[in-house]
Design a protein around this ligand. Structure first.
Ligand SMILES: Cc1cc2nc3c(=O)[nH]c(=O)nc-3n(C[C@H](O)[C@H](O)[C@H](O)COP(=O)(O)OP(=O)(O)OC[C@H]3O[C@@H](n4cnc5c(N)ncnc54)[C@H](O)[C@@H]3O)c2cc1C
Length: 380
């Protein structure tokens, strides 16, 4: 293993690999990425891989819109088919409160040139013919939203980064980070010591632990989030189907399986990523209620991953004010896959002291102390 680097990235998920790629693309040299397991073994390889621009905060709308622009050309840019499917996101409103919130969301989205629209139940049924419309009051639809293959996206970024000179070491765990006078000086791994003045914490659900290694408390926690997949069936629906109040999302992958999940506020926060039968049962009830045809379809596998939650469900981006050279790209909550392309570009620009393509100062860690949280209402 090389003993010295200009910058070390901790985490081989989509965030770490895309940060590595964007840094190298901007000309940075001597970058090392360390991953304790295999690439995509964390939340990225476990996620629903939905990509949507339909949010309730301007910040998330803009980040997601810019991310989609990158996603649209990503297969060509990285020379790897990431299986982008822009079949839209159909978000169902079951309550008056949601109807009101969605009207506000769509007005905001349209003001930002996002192609979302507020639609009737009949229009929703045209988009997803097998939809059970019982209880649905209205919906929103954005045709340029969609989903991609999270493994392929993760590997695409990693391979492109390697082609630009980044060294990736898998099965290499960071155990300690050394600082002197509040500056990063070295990273100790289970394979040896690496001298470096800069670290990017892209450790997803483990980013709080990495923070403790430099003696800082990052206000994030990691919560289990479960998900399952069915056997492949003939094409049934194209968009990601979602409801916040009924709490579910589901999409059909290109090979026909349906991936579905929901967020349980009572889920464990102890790092456990085992699966529960209660989840499978509740998930089946939710999805067969909205797509009754699924009653005939077998579930083949379930798994779980970690949502790395920040207090306002927005990422924390930037250098830690107390530790020089300690950068954070974490706290992505339930939308780190979709935001990775743009946020990694912004972080790379920030690290290289360039003008960032979009302002990201409001997403610094200091916002929590300043009481300037940007609460996102539209999340599962
Ligand atoms: C079930 C589920 C569904 C989701 N659905 C969506 C969705 O539809 N759309 C969306 O945008 N997002 C979704 N998310 C969220 C998304 O998966 C994450 O926000 C995103 O993948 C975070 O990427 P990451 O690279 O930061 O983290 P990860 O992919 O978790 O990568 C972090 C890596 O760091 C490594 N690591 C940790 N500690 C160390 C160490 N000490 N040394 C070396 N390596 C270390 C880990 O092994 C891991 O591979 C979902 C998440 C889950 C769990």
């Amino acid at each position: 293993m090389i003993k010295k680097a200009d910058l070390v990235i901790i985490g081989g998920g989509v965030v770490g690999c895309s940060v590595a790629y964007n840094l190298a693309k901007l000309g940075a040299k001597n970058i090392i990425l360390l991953e304790k397991n295999t690439l995509a073994s964390g939340s990225t390889g476990r996620c629903g891989a939905g990509i949507r621009q339909q949010f309730g905060t301007k910040m998330n709308c803009i980040l997601a819109r810019e991310s989609i622009k990158i996603f649209e050309n990503l297969s060509q840019e990285l020379e790897y088919d990431i299986e982008l499917n822009q079949g839209g996101y159909l978000i169902l409103a079951y309550t008056e409160k949601e109807v009101n919130q969605f009207k506000k969301n769509v007005a905001l989205e349209q003001s930002l040139n996002i192609k979302a629209r507020f639609i009737t139940v009949e229009e929703a049924k045209e988009i997803v013919p097998p939809l059970n419309t019982e209880g649905i009051l209205a919906a929103t639809f954005c045709p340029t939203d969609g989903h991609a293959n999270p493994f392929k996206t993760n590997f695409a970024y990693a391979e492109a980064a390697e082609r630009l000179g980044v060294k990736i070491y898998t099965f290499t765990e960071v155990k300690e980070i050394e600082t002197e006078n509040h500056k990063i000086v070295a990273v100790n791994t289970d394979k040896g010591k690496l001298l470096t003045p800069m670290v990017v914490n892209a450790a997803g659900g483990y980013s709080g632990i990495i923070g403790k290694m430099v003696g800082v408390d990052i206000p994030v926690y990691s919560q289990r989030h479960q998900i399952l997949i069915t056997e492949p069936i003939d094409p049934l629906f194209r968009p990601m189907l979602m409801s916040f109040s009924r709490n579910f999302y589901g999409q059909q992958t290109p090979h026909g399986s349906i991936i579905m999940g929901f967020g349980d506020p009572n889920e464990r926060k102890d790092g456990d990523i085992g699966s529960s039968w209660q989840f499978a049962q509740e998930m089946a009830q939710k999805m067969t209620a909205v797509l009754p045809l699924l009653k005939e379809v077998s579930m083949v596998r379930q798994w779980a991953g970690l949502y790395n939650m920040s207090p306002d469900a927005q990422p924390i981006l930037g250098e830690h004010p107390q530790i020089e050279g300690f950068y954070m790209a974490l706290g992505f909550s339930g939308h780190g896959f979709m935001l990775a392309p743009i946020t990694s570009k912004l972080i790379a620009e920030l690290i290289l002291k360039r003008k960032t393509s979009l302002p990201i100062d409001k997403l610094d860690i200091g916002r929590f102390e300043r009481g300037e949280l940007i609460i996102e209402p539209s999340v599962v």
